[in-house]
Design a protein around this ligand. Structure first.
Ligand code: ASN
Ligand code: ZN
Ligand code: CA
Length: 331
């Protein structure tokens, strides 16, 4: 006997959440039957194989602390579900690959491992437990970021170096942040910061800032001819900054209690079109016009083509795409 169920979980980062689960006989598992059957496994500090599927006699999971090994499973399973739902509701996409196929998640990878990664060869997600095994990398924006590497691999296949690598990383930040806004979760409200929950620096600051990427000390705010020489997590700043400006516009703004102040390279003013239109334009560009070798100049034309398809070539949306790229010095 098998049945799709709805469990409840207490996550570390997103409060109490509902979980897609499966009841087999008298045992529940973190198998999301409503979303392709996405499973979440416990690697128990190993670093290979799938580990052990989370199973239980009751459909109540985790306690919100990292000491309870189910908790990271709750966050990861919830992040996969919200990402799936975002792709479906907002991008009209059936899963990461677009064919309804579920990925799977592995948590408790290695020991105090401070990273998370998508692996396209297993079509799977892996999460470390973070510093001192206390801050697993399972926050919503990180989950959405990592799984969106699978989305990019299934669409534009942007090469992971030089400017195309920055666009690959930027795409993951754009959708990671969009997933966080889409979740509308009171414990982790949407923001234009990446990794604000996982305290990867140990001082409470996020990993990246989309309104002004240089606030991290390394990322580029604007395109220059040498931006492709930076690590892809820093050359992504140009794409992140473009997305922020397109969504929210330049200047000072407070969203969900977070203050932003986004500059432009030339002192121009940009009025945003809202993040929903912005991520639809980015997705259309990624899935229709970008290729493995797309650089920033080509990303400008790809997103203009996408905006023209969606809103028309004389639309405010089209003009704002042009203005936002110009404001990050992609002309
Ligand atoms: N967490 C990193 C990222 O998604 C893993 C990597 O270096 N690719 O960017
Ligand atoms: Zn990434
Ligand atoms: Ca965030």
């Amino acid at each position: 006997y098998e049945a799709i169920d709805t469990g409840t979980g207490t996550s570390e980062y997103s409060g109490k959440v509902t979980l897609g689960t499966t009841l087999s006989g008298s045992t529940y598992s973190l198998t999301d039957g409503g979303r392709g059957g996405h499973k979440t496994y416990d690697l128990k500090h190993g670093s290979s194989g799938t580990g052990t599927l989370f199973t239980k006699a009751t459909d109540v999971w985790g306690d919100g602390t990292p000491q309870n090994r189910e908790t990271a499973g709750v966050d990861a399973h919830y992040g996969a579900a919200v990402t799936w739902d975002f792709y479906k509701a907002e991008l009209n996409r059936n899963g990461i690959a677009g064919n309804g196929k579920a990925a799977y998640s592995r948590v408790h990878y290695g020991n105090a491992y401070v990273n998370a990664f998508w692996d396209d060869s297993c079509f799977c997600m892996t999460y470390g437990d973070g510093a001192n095994n206390l801050k697993p990398l399972t926050a919503l924006d990180v989950a959405g970021h990592e799984m969106s590497h699978g989305l990019t691999a299934a669409t534009a296949k942007l090469n992971y170096s030089k400017e195309s690598g920055g666009l690959n990383e930027g795409t993951s930040d754009i959708f990671g942040t969009s997933v966080e806004f889409f979740a509308n979760n009171a414990s982790d409200p949407g923001d234009y910061l990446i990794g604000e929950k996982i305290d990867i620096r140990g001082n409470g600051t996020p990993l990246r800032y989309m309104d002004k990427p240089s606030k991290d000390g390394q990322s580029a705010d604007y395109w220059s001819s040498t931006v492709g020489n930076k690590d892809v997590h820093y050359s992504s700043g140009v794409a992140n900054h473009f997305f922020y400006l397109l969504s929210e516009g330049s200047g000072a703004k407070v969203i969900n209690g977070v203050s932003y102040n986004s500059p432009t390279s030339d002192g121009s003013k940009v009025t945003g079109i809202g993040r929903t239109k912005a991520y639809k334009i980015w997705y259309k560009a990624l899935s229709t016009y970008m290729t493995s070798t797309t650089n920033y100049a080509k990303a400008r034309t790809a997103t203009l083509s996408a905006a023209s398809d969606l809103y028309g070539a004389s639309s405010t949306e089209y003009k704002t795409v042009a203005a936002a790229w110009t404001a990050v010095n992609v002309k």
